[in-house]
Design a protein around this ligand. Structure first.
Ligand SMILES: O=c1ccn([C@H]2C[C@H](O)[C@@H](COP(=O)(O)OP(=O)(O)OP(=O)(O)O)O2)c(=O)[nH]1
Length: 144
């Protein structure tokens, strides 16, 4: 079990909940009404700031139903919340592009997140040649 210190910027959204059993991703809610025209970009405020456990970051992605329900695509595809994003004003946001005219209402569950362990420290060791066999890529194994 890990503990996350959380600050809510509004009492208009339900508290975040870890639900055991179904999916361990945690839904995030819009903390304001947002009206968008097709093609608009917006940073949807998620109404929370958190201090993650040491050595963790968080990944934010859409819910499976986000596009169907709201007609928006997450502009950065996967949001990365660094552990250092833990100040009193570091509210989480979801960057979106509207594909149709749409309304997102306060307290709508718009995306989801999980925490992930930071990768180990990495140093790059430059070489002239790699000894592995070329694998090919980008369709090299065909279609079927
Ligand atoms: O979908 C996201 C992505 C990021 N963040 C917050 C947390 C993250 O730690 C911070 C900065 O993100 P990142 O470093 O990926 O963005 P940047 O474009 O490099 O901005 P910066 O200049 O703030 O580093 O913004 C969000 O709230 N939602």
């Amino acid at each position: 079990m890990e503990t996350i210190k959380i600050k809510y910027f509004t009492d208009q959204i339900d508290k975040l909940e870890y639900i055991d059993g179904k999916s361990d991703w945690i839904d995030l809610r819009a903390s304001e009404d947002v009206t968008l025209k097709a093609g608009d970009f917006a940073l949807i405020p998620l109404g929370v700031a958190m201090e993650l456990p040491a050595g963790y970051e968080a990944h934010i992605v859409p819910r499976s139903s986000t596009y169907k329900n709201f007609g928006v695509i997450q502009a950065n595809h996967c949001g990365i919340v660094d552990g250092s994003y833990c100040g009193d004003n570091d509210m989480w946001r979801m960057p979106v592009i509207a594909m149709r005219d749409t309304e997102i209402h306060v307290n709508d569950r718009i995306c989801q997140f999980r925490i992930m362990k930071n990768q180990p420290q990495i140093q790059f060791n430059e070489v002239e040649k790699l000894m592995g066999k070329d694998r090919g890529g980008f369709g090299s194994t065909g279609k079927q």
